[in-house]
Design a protein around this ligand. Structure first.
Ligand SMILES: Nc1ncnc2c1ncn2[C@@H]1O[C@H](COP(=O)(O)OP(=O)(O)O)[C@@H](O)[C@H]1O
Ligand SMILES: [Mg+2]
Length: 217
């Protein structure tokens, strides 16, 4: 079962928090889970997927949280391509996922993951707010406005990395995720943990569980 296996791998519930993992596996699992949203159906054109994977080493990270970041950014890209998918006059909707090694200005070695779409881009007045909690341009019931603020915390605080966005109204959008190859355990910030946990509730402690009984309220 491809999806079930991908989901198990995506959430990585059975693993230690920080672990050296293959980033490409995380990206591919996320793309598999989103697979049906990329495919063509009666009134939607297929989204072309371009992968440019260049990493050769595993990366130390909170894999489940990083997968959540991939999911949030890819989900936004798919949403942004909606218009393009219904109109034949628009260019073919495309998402590009690229990975490469990277060196931070402070000397730390790391990796960069680029997720780009050729959607409508983000106008300047919106661009300055996309990482704010609860900021959304989507209709009520469609967006929570939490995807990018949670992603920002996971990348910048949990992983001591950088999350940036390049976009132009009318010219597509590109997000860059940069994280170090090795995490400094002392620098792991708990700031924003509540927001991250709101989306990713921690596993309950391994206490001997009582048999479920239905109690009258
Ligand atoms: N790839 C993208 N193309 C265009 N706009 C985007 C893209 N990614 C994010 N946005 C903008 O950023 C806003 C915030 O995104 P997010 O935090 O994920 O919340 P939500 O998706 O629930 O609206 C979106 O409502 C949208 O306006
Ligand atoms: Mg979103």
């Amino acid at each position: 079962m491809r999806i079930a296996g991908s989901l198990r791998n995506f959430s990585r519930l059975d693993e230690a928090q920080i672990k050296a993992v293959d980033i490409h596996e995380g990206l591919d699992n996320t793309l598999t889970i989103l697979g049906s949203k990329l495919k063509a159906n009666h009134d939607l054109r297929e989204i072309a997927l371009v992968k440019q994977y260049e990493l050769t080493e595993p990366v130390e990270c909170h894999a489940a949280q990083l997968n959540q970041v991939f999911m949030n950014i890819l989900d936004n890209a798919i949403g942004a391509l909606e218009e393009q998918r219904t109109s034949n006059r628009q260019p073919t909707p495309e998402i590009r996922v690229a990975t490469r090694s990277f060196a931070f200005t402070d000397g730390r070695l790391g990796i960069e993951i680029e997720i780009a779409d050729n959607g409508p881009g983000i106008p300047d007045e919106v661009r300055s707010q996309i990482f704010d909690p609860f900021f959304t341009t989507k209709p009520v019931g469609k967006g929570t406005g939490l995807g990018l603020s949670i992603s920002y915390q996971i990348v910048c605080e949990r992983h001591q990395g950088e999350l940036t966005c390049q976009t132009a109204a009318g010219g597509g959008t590109q997000f860059e995720i940069r994280i170090p190859l090795v995490l400094d355990p002392n620098a792991d910030s708990e700031l924003g943990a509540s927001l991250i946990n709101a989306q990713n509730p921690p596993e309950p402690p391994e206490a001997p569980r009582k048999k479920e009984t239905v109690d009258a309220p």
